[in-house]
Design a protein around this ligand. Structure first.
Ligand SMILES: [Zn+2]
Length: 327
């Protein structure tokens, strides 16, 4: 029995660690070293006319409508053309719209490889951030592919709280629930398919990347996730920013708890007069979340050779952000 449960934990750990490495910007660097090609993109069918394209950065959703294809996110720079090539295996329709979930280059980099006629839709804050492509908190500089292309691929339609695109079975609902991963995280819902794309606000089952430099907030993070989980009804399937499988609303609720506990731990430490080092050295993935598939840094290192030190750097960056936001 003990052996069996250990195998289970490791299996789960593997899946979740795979996402962590694929996860967020750190893994985007890994993916950037991969040569962009359609062959490196894996297609998973989510519903009748909804697919996920994996590889080359964040997960891309492809929603096939009568008029054309709406993409959610366009991967790293260099991966726009491979997306287009891969789409030919699914449909002959052209890409007519890209919705970007947020400003990170592993989600928007491919935008510039699509024709200027393609509509680009984002939250209004993301539209502003994409013009700047500021460095990521605790993470890399971001290439400004838009500047290099004289603004090609920048958003031409924005929303503030909510926006409806299309109608009938082709309706898409965009929501903004507040700051989390960045200051412009869009939640993209496909009501007819009971599915959504959560971007990196919910990227993987692990610590978030809180990109304060691009408007993200540690203190607001769990509130935003809880708001989304409560408001978004009739959804069975979540395409997350980087997970190799789809997740559920139950997973999103657990993520709200996970991020809330993390924020509370950091805030309690500050109020008790402890130090940032202290928190970084003592924080562990709480056991109940480990049971729910949140891997430990050691499991991630063991299986994927993704160094614990790099994971600790992420942890430290997050603790600093929350520390600075806590009076
Ligand atoms: Zn991101």
């Amino acid at each position: 029995m003990v052996e069996k449960s250990r195998t289970l934990v490791l299996k789960r750990g593997f899946v979740l660690a795979a996402l962590l490495v694929a996860g967020a910007v750190l893994a985007a660097i890994g993916a950037a070293q991969q040569t962009p090609s359609a062959a490196s993109i894996q297609v998973d069918k989510v519903g009748d006319n909804l697919y996920v394209l994996r590889g080359g950065g964040g997960n891309t959703a492809a929603f096939i409508t009568a008029k054309g294809v709406t993409l959610v996110d366009a991967k790293l720079p260099g991966w726009g053309k491979p997306i287009l090539e891969k789409l030919k295996e699914i449909t002959e329709k052209p890409v007519t719209m890209i919705i970007n979930t947020h400003t990170h280059f592993d989600h928007v980099g491919g935008n510039v490889e699509f024709p200027a006629t393609v509509d680009v839709v984002t939250h209004e804050n993301t539209a502003n951030l994409m013009r700047e492509m500021r460095p990521v908190t605790g993470g890399p500089e971001q290439p400004n592919v838009f500047k290099e292309k004289n603004g090609l691929g920048l958003p031409n339609r924005t929303f503030k709280d909510r926006m409806t695109l299309g109608n009938g079975d082709e309706r898409i609902e965009l929501y903004y629930f507040g700051r989390a991963h960045t200051g412009g995280d869009a939640w993209v819902v496909f009501p007819a398919l009971r599915a959504m794309h959560s971007g990196d606000a919910f990227a993987i089952k692990n610590l978030p990347l809180i990109d304060a430099n691009n408007g993200g907030s540690g203190v607001e993070y769990p509130k935003t996730i809880a708001k989304a989980a409560a408001a978004l009804k009739n959804i069975d399937t979540i395409i997350t920013g980087h997970n190799p499988t789809t997740l559920t609303i139950a997973d999103l609720k657990t993520y709200a708890d996970f991020t809330r506990e993390f924020v509370q731990t950091v805030q309690a430490a500050k109020k008790a007069g402890r130090t940032i080092d202290d928190v970084v050295n003592s924080w562990k993935v709480p056991e109940r979340f480990q049971k729910d598939g949140y891997p430990t840094p050691e499991q991630i290192q063991e299986i994927l050779r993704y160094p614990v030190a790099a994971q600790t750097a992420r942890l430290r960056s997050n603790v600093e952000v929350i520390w600075n936001e806590t009076k």
